[in-house]
Ligand binder design. Sequence first.
Ligand code: PLP
Length: 407
Amino acid sequence: MTTVNENYLKLPGSYLFSDIAHKVAAYGNAHPEKHIISLGIGDVTRPLIPAVIAALHRAVDEMGRAASFHGYGPEQGYAFLREAIAEHDYRVRGVAMDASEIFVSDGSKSDVGNFQELFAAHSVVAVTDPVYPVYVDSNAMAGRAGTYVDGSWERIIYLPCLRENAFVPEFPAVRPDIVYLCCPNNPTGTTLPRAALQAWVDYARREGCIILFDSAYEAYISDASIPHSIYELEGAREVAVEFRSFSKTAGFTGLRCAYTVVPRELKVSDGRGGQVFLNPLWNRRQCTKYNGCPYIVQRAAEAVYSEEGRQQVMDVIAGYRATAARLATAVRSIGLEVYGGVDAPYLWVRVPVGATSWSFFEHLLTEAALVCTPGAGFGIAGEGYVRLTAFGTPEDTQEAIERMVAM
Ligand code: PLP
């Protein structure tokens, strides 16, 4: 009989969101009269902007005519989109970028999960704690994580991000090969100040590590001092890969489009005393295993960079930001500490003394019919916090705020 990849058997169940769903369903069944409001939604709720809808219609019509039909496209993405990304997300911000360094895809989750394939099986991985689980699980599936014991993997280096270190990860005692950084962060909603990010780039250059930089929430940055791209930092092109997504920027969670930047300079050891560039390797990987993001979706993504598209997207994000600000004010008014929520759609709320992240979840549910996400679900260092999101409708959020204040 064929044998399974044993690494899959080592994975702990992904219980967080199903546990939440069960508890919410049980409460809902016992209290059918209550309107339960979720402050835990990790998905956008506002519709696609008009510029994107118009581009989709145009592209669909093109697909219906023989003269403008598109079959398989380039695995790396169409030149029109790669150029628009290089120009608007980088060059207008003063960051050098060539379209050949940009690889368009169907989502950052797949890119972030797949990129580890380019590294040796024995590579040592460091992640921040709490963490977006894809970084850890994709390495565990590849056999890089060791064994899962008491909530953590023995071969993964965890870098705690706590209020005590202002949610800035410190350098580990042991040198990792790969470091995942997520900024603005999911789940904490916090950012890395420019100096802290430069220090990580310098560390990676000194120690010979690769930084996998996830900036899925880049569009939410409002503080002018926070870098939008890791390539704004000196030397980053030699050590960093950057992942960006249209999901939270332009509401593409259901449409699916993202991109990964692999600079020309970026190289790693070939294990035999030489060096090898990652850009052609990622190209090879994508050409072998991926057949490209749909034409109509790439035309929709291109429309995000049109003049009206940019304005419409900023208006939507401004709406989510305003919701985050209202939520933060309300949570502070009931005496709780809040982090994040300024440059990200996530708020990281410290639970009251004596509570755990799950007991506070239960409290909010039973006392106010509100749903949050317990921080412990994102890692050991997430205990003591819950995550709230600004993706709910303004009406629901307003009612949630009134209930919290009434508690
Ligand atoms: N990276 C982070 C930190 C995320 O929170 C998410 C989605 O929630 C993703 C990546 C995945 O984005 P995509 O929808 O492009 O797969």
